[in-house]
Design a binder for this molecule. Structure first.
Ligand code: GAR
Length: 194
């Protein structure tokens, strides 16, 4: 099987990204990561990229807080296209993608979100679930569209909320589920396209 050519965008720790790279190395995910990009200069995800010798890029954050400047977003799309990326996987990328990326990769950008969407879109979804008194939450992989965490759902995994959970312990448990769900979804995309 031809490996699925991935681009990964993230702003933080790179835990999901690391797991994807480890599954590829272990031979359980038929993919190759062509480019890892971050809008945060010293984000751990860029260290993960270097550790796995994956080409990586820092995206100038520009003047907006929640999106890229249109020119930088267009440059990002070109970089990913030049790398012949088939699927762009967002892994903790904290900016909303706009037309330059959405038009360049229609239904080919996916995201992992730490709640059972459509519940709790937006930031700190685990904290939102805790504060709402949920007994069960989880994580969702979905296609990215022009809304916030609103695209079609591909797969979900549930996680129990325990009586003594804090935001931190709950998020950590959700992240364990994320680490399995994301590579599994990517593997099913790799298989279904052949
Ligand atoms: C993950 O928990 C992911 O679900 C969340 O950011 C974290 C990134 O962790 N994403 C969002 O909240 C997007 N709305 P990582 O950098 O260790 O993969």
């Amino acid at each position: 099987m031809n490996s699925l050519r991935l681009g990964i965008l993230g702003s933080g720790q790179g835990g999901n990204c690391r797991q994807i790279l480890e599954r590829i190395r272990a031979g359980t995910l038929a993919a190759e990561v062509r480019l890892i990009a971050s809008d945060v200069f010293d984000a751990r995800i860029l260290e993960v990229a270097r550790e796995f010798a994956v080409p990586n890029a820092f995206l100038q954050p520009g003047k907006f807080r929640t999106k890229l400047e249109p020119g930088s977003e267009a440059a990002l799309a070109r970089m990913l296209q030049d790398a012949e990326v088939e699927i762009v996987a967002l892994a903790g990328f904290m900016r909303v993608l706009k037309k330059p990326m959405l038009n360049a990769f229609p239904r080919r950008i996916i995201n992992i979100h730490p709640s059972l969407l459509p519940k709790f879109p937006g930031r700190e979804a685990w904290r939102q679930a805790l504060e709402a008194g949920e007994h069960v939450t989880g994580c969702t992989v979905h296609y990215v569209d022009a809304g916030i965490d609103s695209g079609d759902i591909i797969a979900q995994r549930t996680v129990p909320v325990l009586a003594n959970d804090t935001a931190k312990t709950l998020h950590a448990r959700i992240q364990i589920a994320e680490r399995d769900l994301y590579p599994e979804v990517l593997q099913s995309l790799a298989i279904s396209r052949v």
